[in-house]
Design a protein around this ligand. Sequence first.
Ligand SMILES: *Cc1c(COP(=O)(O)O)cnc(C)c1O
Length: 437
Amino acid sequence: MANTTPDNPHASERSATLFDEAQQFIPGGVNSPVRAFRGVGGTPLFFNHGEGAWLIDEDNNRYVDYVGAWGPLILGHCHPAVIGALQEQLSRGLGYGASTAAEVDIARTICKLVPSIERVRLVTSGTEATMSAIRLARGYTRRDKVVKFEGCYHGHVDGLLVKAGSGALTLGEPDSLGVPKAYTDLTYVLPYNDIEAMKALFKEHGDEIACIIVEPIAGNMNMVPPVPGFLETMRELCTEHGSVLIFDEVMTGFRVALGGAQSVYGIKPDLTALGKVIGGGLPVGAFGGRKDIMDCIAPQGGVYQAGTLSGSPLAVAAGQAMLREIQKPGFYEELGATTEAMLAGLKEQARAAGIPFTTNQVGGMFGCFFSGEDSITRFDQVMACNVEQFRKYFHVMLNNNVYLAPSAFEAGFVSAAHGQAELDTTMAAAKKAFASL
Ligand SMILES: *Cc1c(COP(=O)(O)O)cnc(C)c1O
């Protein structure tokens, strides 16, 4: 218990030791950068297991989990239906490198639940889904230019690791070393929720644009919903100019509603990228959409796309079990109500402590902002939030058994396993956290 302090009642010795060891073998000690706690400072926790809405670390501390493996665990940890389906498949083998009945079944279910998807192909990550959707849009339109929005993340696809250039209509610049300028020269970057900028770009360059890719609810700059008219305008511009509209619903799909963000806002994209929830916690992604576009993929068409582990029987089994659970009546109503109650509680605690604080929410996905603004709809507003306050808040929450994403710029997730006990723990922690700011 050497590093226990009055402010930190938890020992986290074993996590600290593991992090030291990890850094000897893994770059930065982590297999994905945000896990390293650079955004909040301190030592990342190492987890041993999960139970419903709770995570248990290597020092046996328990936390209410608002990360949910970054979105997939909409049913919480170790849901019996998912674990049971996996055990059943395990006894029949891990993969055959050939087609299975279960793949047909999950494809049918995806097409039913997301009606804009007429054909769907499974891949193994969200990055693969967006990357493939973009190649397909380019192949279908025979155009090269892609439009993305500042603050949206679509996985670590080379041509999308782009930041805005200096002028509003300029092409982007690489946002990572190792990304050739020649790739990002093909990507326009626009401000999220800026309808006029989008119209201006299409007026000048519409006929060169293969596709727009967008998070219909931005979940990688904290959480920012679309303003009225934003998605409608991009739908109209794409139709008018023969460009493909790609909704990246890797985060929002089966998360904000059964039919994803497209069902919430009533917009029909041409292609949709899925990931996270669709795998029930296993590595799965998918992309799908209009039949005439999807028919351009090999072996039918000339756009190449493939994957050794695509449609892995284990991943499909977990996904099928999860999709059955979330179709049960009232699932999203309850998830949304739990999330709303939790955020109402946080706002009340913040108000009582006199801390400027606002939230965004759609279904089981939320954003919290240390900001005096009434509503957060733009990237620059997100960037102007008080990150120092978030860091303090994060650590007090952690020390009081609540695990939040270790960055001020990530969305949060509630699972169906979160209930009154978890909300009570969260509110007790939040009271201390806001009081400490
Ligand atoms: C997480 C995410 C991705 C990337 O998915 P990976 O499985 O991490 O490759 C792509 N798009 C969005 C919107 C995401 O949230």
